[in-house]
Design a protein around this ligand. Structure first.
Ligand SMILES: [Zn+2]
Length: 83
C-alpha cells in the first residue's frame, strides 16, 4: 500500500491509499480519482512541501504578545518590557 497526497484543479489537497503506483495510474485513467471537496476529477499527485514557512511565522517574536499580536507596542500586557 502507498499513500499519495493528491491535488485537484481547484487546489484542494487530500490523501488516498493505492495498492501501488500502477494502481494510481489505473484509477486516474478510469476517472476514479475524485476530489472529496468539489467532486473534481482533474486530480494529480501533489508536490510534497515541508511546512517551514508557517512554522517560522508562528514563532515570530511579536506573535508572542497576546494583547497585540499585530505588533506596534504592547503596553500593559504580560510580555511588556520583554520584547
Ligand atoms: Zn477540489
Amino acid at each position: 500500500m502507498i499513500l499519495y497526497t493528491l491535488r485537484c484543479s481547484k487546489d484542494h489537497h487530500f490523501e488516498q491509499w493505492f495498492d501501488n503506483s500502477g494502481d494510481y495510474d489505473a484509477k486516474k485513467q478510469d476517472g476514479a480519482l475524485v476530489c472529496p471537496e468539489c467532486g473534481d476529477t482533474h486530480v494529480g499527485k501533489a508536490i510534497m512541501a515541508p511546512n517551514v514557512a508557517k512554522t517560522a511565522a508562528a514563532a515570530a517574536p511579536m506573535a508572542a504578545c497576546p494583547s497585540n499580536p499585530m505588533g506596534g507596542g504592547c503596553g500593559g500586557c504580560a510580555f511588556a518590557g520583554q520584547h
